[in-house]
Ligand binder design. Structure first.
Ligand SMILES: [Zn+2]
Length: 375
């Protein structure tokens, strides 16, 4: 999650399913491979010489008609095989109705992948003339634009956007491949099979989420948010907390990573972020509650977990020096990839790796109330 946004879970399932569908469609034989071609190659074309169709662009059409999962849920959670076949046929039939209606308007869409189980819809090569027609159809819940390709470092990406926010999201989403490759260099191998983003037009949701492989955004995100959510693939989604009170091992690390991306790209340095927040008063939200002692569920996602949490890592970086700090982070990640961790495990690991007792440092930065003054 990004900083200081209310936690709500309702749309997570839909986002994950859309992302899964994107992944599946990306595996089709007709998907263009960009290989070592840099991100600028998105200007290439698929199928027809149309300026508004970039290389690898796809659309995912989500139907209002129920998926198999929704039908099973409505039936009380169980279903016979015969019922499942019937509901699957119904879902496919709803898709077919839409395709036939498009056909009568002279728009011929050939789905690459149809899905019915957890979400009802299909993916196809992007036809910009079809998108507004589809969006006006009462049977259609939404149309996502998808771009696929491979980062310069060789990681496949899938980026889906609601057409309403495609243009506004473009500049920052263009940086997703480079961000992913940068964090590989900083932390270690990418833990999953693909990277990307799903940007919806759902501003009332009010937060973004580090959905595995394709973080979910409710509106066009800023660069700090995208780098934060992508860093969660390493810290949060791969190396993840064991207990909620240890949320710092997810959020503090993701926020610090976003500062590092900023520094790497010649924008504000991590130390500049540190200085900006450190200038706040001791009773500021920046310092309270302490990041590894947030107190309870209501304060778990407080700003201090993020900003004082990231400051903790920047202070540690300065204390140890880049030559120890970053190898230590890489070793931490390597030791706990796909694993569960606690704050005490990290603080013990850092002390052990650095060969010095850092317990007073971590006590000050992670557990003590108020503003750290000496460390
Ligand atoms: Zn987060």
């Amino acid at each position: 999650m990004p900083l200081r946004r209310p936690a709500v879970g309702a749309l997570l399932v839909v986002g994950a399913i859309v992302a899964g569908a994107v992944l599946a469609s990306g595996g089709s034989a007709s998907k263009p491979r960009t290989g070592s071609v840099p991100t600028e190659s998105w200007q290439g074309l698929v199928g027809s010489p149309r300026g508004d169709v970039a290389l690898g662009q796809r659309m995912i059409v989500v139907m209002r008609a129920p998926s198999l999962a929704l039908q099973v849920q409505r039936a009380g959670g169980t279903a016979t095989e015969e019922q499942e076949r019937h509901w699957t046929a119904q879902a496919l039939s709803a898709q077919q109705d839409v395709l036939l209606k498009l056909d009568t308007k002279g728009i011929f869409i050939k789905p690459e992948l149809r899905f019915t189980r957890t979400l009802n819809g299909f993916s196809a090569a992007l036809d910009p003339s079809a998108v507004p027609v589809l969006e006006r159809m009462p049977q259609v819940a939404g149309v996502f634009r998808v771009r696929t390709g491979t980062t310069p470092g060789g990681i496949p990406y899938y980026i889906a956007t609601d057409p309403k926010v495609t243009a506004a999201s473009r500049a920052v989403l263009d940086k997703v491949p480079a961000m992913t490759d940068y964090f590989v260099g900083l932390f270690g191998p990418y833990p999953f099979g693909s990277t990307g983003a799903v940007v919806d037009h759902a501003p009332k949701v009010g937060y973004a989420l580090e959905t595995q492989t394709k973080p979910l955004y409710d509106s066009p995100p800023d660069e700090l948010t995208v780098s934060h959510e992508l860093a969660h693939m390493w810290f949060g989604d791969s190396v993840t907390l064991t207990r909620w009170r240890d949320i710092w091992v997810n959020e503090g690390f993701a926020e610090f990573s976003a500062w590092m991306w900023s520094e790497h790209t010649g924008q504000k340095t991590a130390q500049a972020y540190f200085n900006r927040y450190y200038a706040k008063k001791a009773d500021s939200w920046v310092f309270n509650p302490p990041p590894a002692n947030p107190g309870g569920p209501a304060d778990m996602f407080d700003g201090s977990v993020y900003e004082r949490g990231a400051m903790t890592l920047q202070a540690l970086r300065v204390k140890l020096g880049d030559g120890t700090f970053f190898p230590m982070l890489r070793a931490w990640y390597a030791a706990h990839t796909y694993g569960n961790v606690t704050v005490p495990e990290f603080t013990a690991f850092a002390s052990s790796y650095a060969g010095r007792d850092l317990s007073a440092f971590f006590q000050t930065w992670l557990y003590d109330e108020g503003k750290p003054t000496t460390w």
